[in-house]
Write a protein that binds this ligand. Sequence first.
Ligand SMILES: [Mn+2]
Ligand SMILES: [Zn+2]
Length: 352
Amino acid sequence: MAPSLSSLASRPKRCAYVSFLAGDGDYVKGAVALAKSLRRVRSAYPLVVAVLNDVPEDHCQLLRLHGCIVHPIEKIQLAGSDRVRYAAAHYVINYSKLRIWLLEEFEKMVYLDADVAVYDNLDHLMDLPNGRFYAVPDCFCERTWSHSLRYKVKYCQQCPDRTPWPQHLGPPPPKYFNAGMFVFEPSKLIFNQMMSALLATPLTPFAEQDSLNAFFNEVFSPLPLNYNLILPMLWWHPENVPELETVKVVHYCAPGSKPWRFTGKEEHMDMDAVRRLVEKWWNVYEDKPMDYPALSNMSGGHVQQLLSAHLTHGIALSFLSVFPYREVELTDRWSKPSQHMTPLLHYSLLIQ
Ligand SMILES: [Mn+2]
Ligand SMILES: [Zn+2]
């Protein structure tokens, strides 16, 4: 099985990547791709996935099979949050993500959204000095920003000279980061302070991202764009975009850009760079040898337990296609079918 939080806590350097998942939808595919992408670049630290209780057990199991540490968290329900006009309806759920600050088993973590993929090793971020909040500055040019003064005056911090901030409005707004990727230190104290701040201020369209920006404003240290390439940069600020091959983290945040739902028909989605990056995601997602590290390290007994206790047919079948030698092992072990055998194990014997 994947190591537990407590056994990880005894490692010399207690660091981890962490993501967040809610609901029973297809976002789990993003989390699987994220896990595989981190392993592909040989990350030394595990991926914790903080899940709300509406994530179905077979999705949690799938994440565990991919080597993730699944960590249940409770929903953060804020009074009045159902009356806020969020930039996207699902943002209301994102306040719960703040609970990752309670993971004090870890001294430093890199948070990554489930619609993010990692294409180069990021372990060095764990060595950044403590006491700062590291993230990549956002872009305000998408329509999701249309509620904001920044959008209305066509000001974007990615190119402050293109349309300068109007003088009569006072100083330009403070630097604002995208919260799809950030480096932080878990702390219950900070969590409690953030919750108090949330309760004391009105809720705003970008939900937890706005709150994090307000809260960490003074300790925010910008990271270079290649640590969180938000796709709108490709069409709003092509002159700022680094060589795609050097981009370490891609954030598939633009409407229509989720690779697992990609049709190429939405605005900007026909760009060559977008297609290349979506293809890159699929190469990771479908990289069979990168599948199910948890099972490959497991003893036959454990695999049996898993197969009989938790797995759905779909997962079992794809597992068997990745580890055919395991199939033989299982078949040997179960060569005399007994009445205790689950229908699932029957199935694996039949398809050999
Ligand atoms: Mn995202
Ligand atoms: Zn912009």
